[in-house]
Design a protein around this ligand. Structure first.
Ligand SMILES: *Cc1c(COP(=O)(O)O)cnc(C)c1O
Length: 393
């Protein structure tokens, strides 16, 4: 039994590549080449060098002493918030821009919701010198002005998606349409472990540097290369996939996936896909997603833009169905409280996505000797307005 992908592109029952015929040549080219490219020594060297000198890796594994005392267990924070651009997303965009270069592509497209993935993509396009077009819903453009400005400063063209609900899913449709029309010169950088095979596997591999570092850092610090628990928030699932990756098949390491309950799982305003989702196909892969009886995708809700996604990647659908990972849903209020607690106890302002992961210490008890690693996926600077409004600061 493995919890990783099989050679057909499936995690158990989930995954695959359900795509329009017009997209087949692009996805097939990537599928045939990605593993070979990634194992080229020159690729590995360039990727690792950029992770070190540009992103600032390895990110620290920080023992959170005061937080540990409060919850009477050993809590380590994997500090992805200290990466260049403020989150784990840059690990993936660096990998994919190098992949695009090796495949001879000259034009990059991406979709973005809140703009975090758009900024990470625009950043690496500037770094390598490739044209960058980011599709973004018209409504998101209006409510995420700072990230739109960042993308423009970095040289990207931001194209509004004006159809449907004018948000992430419409931006994704526009990006797919662009890719169909530009199959030869364009690479589509997807921002999480979602989409048709090979994207979930490719993105998980680029993010797997996180669990590799956790092994080395725990060995040095605790004399054992694995924790008892790994905790991560799940939007599409890429920071979780990176933190779990090297422990997936080691069941001594317990995995906890934290989803956004929004106003509550039963409130009608939630993004807790594992509880509310059913099997279906979204963005080219078979997975769990929130949908109506007729199979229409339900609009998700969470206070954190990064968790506001109606599906999860196929790896996480499999981890849920097999019980390999425990899924816990955290409300807006619980996450905000945990986020503020980290500020006061450790002097770290977390992204609201990451604050969801931190909120589990109020929900679940750990033993004093348990080693619990939490993926601190991003920093909270982007969320200051939301913190200000929520707490009336
Ligand atoms: C985008 C984002 C997430 C959610 O994405 P995953 O693919 O589930 O990791 C979580 N945290 C931060 C800080 C993000 O920017």
């Amino acid at each position: 039994m493995t919890y990783n992908i099989n050679n057909k592109g499936y995690y158990g029952d989930f995954g695959g590549a359900f795509i329009p015929e017009m997209l087949y040549p692009n996805v097939e080219e990537l599928r045939q080449k990605y593993l070979n490219v990634m194992s080229e020594p020159s690729f590995e060297k360039e990727f690792n060098q950029l992770l070190k000198d540009y992103v600032g890796r390895p990110s620290p594994l920080y023992f959170a002493k005061r937080l540990s005392e409060k919850y009477n267990t050993k809590i380590y924070l994997k500090r992805e918030d200290l990466n260049h651009t403020g989150a784990h997303k840059i690990n993936n965009t660096i990998g994919q821009i190098l992949m695009a270069k090796r495949l001879g592509k000259t034009r990059i497209i991406a979709e973005t919701g809140a703009g975090q993935h758009g900024v990470a993509t625009a950043t690496v396009c500037a770094l390598i010198g490739l044209e960058c077009i980011v599709y973004m819903g018209e409504i998101d453009i209006a409510r995420q002005a700072p990230n739109v400005a960042r993308m423009k400063m970095l040289g990207a063209t931001v194209v509004p998606a004006t159809s449907g609900s004018k948000t992430l899913k419409d931006a994704t449709n526009e990006a797919i349409r662009d890719w169909i029309n530009n199959p030869v010169d364009t690479h589509y950088i997807i921002g999480s472990v979602v989409g048709p095979h090979p994207y979930p596997d490719m993105v998980a591999r680029f993010q797997s540097v996180v669990s590799k570092e956790i092994q080395e850092q725990l060995q040095a610090r605790e004399g054992i290369a694995k924790p008892d628990y790994i905790v991560a928030c799940v939007g599409g699932g890429s920071n979780a996939a990176g933190a779990y990756y090297h422990f997936l098949d080691d069941t001594e390491v317990k995995l906890i996936a934290v989803e956004a309950a929004g106003h509550g799982v039963d409130s009608g305003e939630s993004a807790a896909t594992s509880v509310l989702g059913k099997e279906g196909i979204i963005h080219g892969s078979k997975t769990l997603l929130m949908q109506t009886k007729d199979g229409q995708i339900t609009e998700p809700y969470s206070i954190s833009a990064g968790l506001d996604y109606p599906g999860v990647g196929p790896m996480h659908a499999h981890l849920y169905k097999t019980g390999r990972a425990e899924f816990i849903a955290i409300t807006d209020d619980q996450a905000m409280t945990a986020g503020l607690e980290l500020c006061k106890l450790e002097g770290i302002i977390p992204a609201i996505e990451s604050a969801h992961a931190l909120a589990i210490f109020e929900q679940k008890e750990f033993k004093p000797n348990d080693i619990v690693v939490v993926s601190l996926s991003g920093r909270g600077d982007k969320d200051l307005d939301t913190y200000i409004k929520h707490f009336g600061l």
